[in-house]
Design a protein around this ligand. Sequence first.
Ligand SMILES: Nc1ncnc2c1ncn2[C@@H]1O[C@H](COP(=O)(O)OP(=O)(O)O)[C@@H](O)[C@H]1O
Ligand SMILES: [Mg+2]
Length: 363
Amino acid sequence: MEEEEIYNLEESSDEAQSKEESRLTDPKEDPEEQKIEINLRPQKLSEFVGQRQIKEPLSISIEASKKRKEPIEHVLLYGNPGLGKTTLANIIANEMDSHIRVTAGPALERVGDLAAILSNLTEGDVLFIDEIHRMNKTIEEVLYSAMEDYALDIIVGKGPAARTLRMPLEKFTLIGATTKLNLLSGPLRDRFGHVFHLNFYETEDIKKIVERSAKILEIDIHDIASDIISARARRTPRVANRLLRRVRDYAEVKHNGIISEESTANALGMLNIDQYGLDQVDRKILACIIEKFEGGPVGLNTLSAAAAEDMDTIETIYEPYLLQIGMIERTPRGRCATRLAYEHLNLEPGNKKQPLNFKGWKM
Ligand SMILES: Nc1ncnc2c1ncn2[C@@H]1O[C@H](COP(=O)(O)OP(=O)(O)O)[C@@H](O)[C@H]1O
Ligand SMILES: [Mg+2]
């Protein structure tokens, strides 16, 4: 692949480029990835690596609820994609010996969809609503009484003759997951007994996840190779697992299946993933802020148009990690590239003569 193409921002809408394997797309779009993800998913809280700030209070609540023979209070999980929200929801249901019903905000189109799900729950069931911030307002209101009073308020009839019927529900636990807590309305947020924030993982924890996954997938991996993968996994378990599988593919074809320092470095080089775990889209975004907007500030809308990347994708997938590692800063007037970003891309502030097709970034 030629760097020229990567940094030619005028032509960056090229679809072929953006469909690269190394992209951080959602596994929901890929059934194969989804299947592997399910296999790698820890089933018990004790197997869930890291996030101690969640595991401790959660295990106490689970134990206490089980003692009282009551369902655990409603749980809201929020954090960036791939940090373990779906995994945790399944673990909670598992540890409570409950059945889990899974749905997602956008899948609930009418009030009746949610009413049907709720009225079919039996005592102690877990209802998992993924992307709960994308639920429509009228549907959300049905949840209020369901969560608080375990009742469904249904309006029957129209005009002056309309009456509200209250239908009792079994005691259940709602687990909501969201990447955007700020989009959740106050009344909904207040009805969760537990609100847990998933952080980016420490590199040691990512390494434990890589080693655990390698064991499950029966992959022979050198210690140094798992260090390299962990360092480039954007502090995110989903990315770590994906890199591990890509490196395995590469090693099987080119290095007799041995995942060594060399095969790992070569595989990640082929995927254009650099020492910070950035891929070509991250670098395109940074280059765009620097080259086209003189380092910023630039609004998300403008940036998304200039870089030819979907705004939501930039906001939920790329930006949080770039902020986390200090490559960009968010100011009231927009996003700015930091000194680290200039250094990483080998660009000088104020030097507009830099060619667009620089090859300076460090692998
Ligand atoms: N704490 C963890 N320990 C081990 N594996 C994890 C952990 N968190 C996530 N994973 C792995 O990462 C993948 C993505 O996690 P998932 O729960 O689907 O993320 P989210 O729902 O937040 O997008 C899962 O398949 C799982 O194997
Ligand atoms: Mg999920």
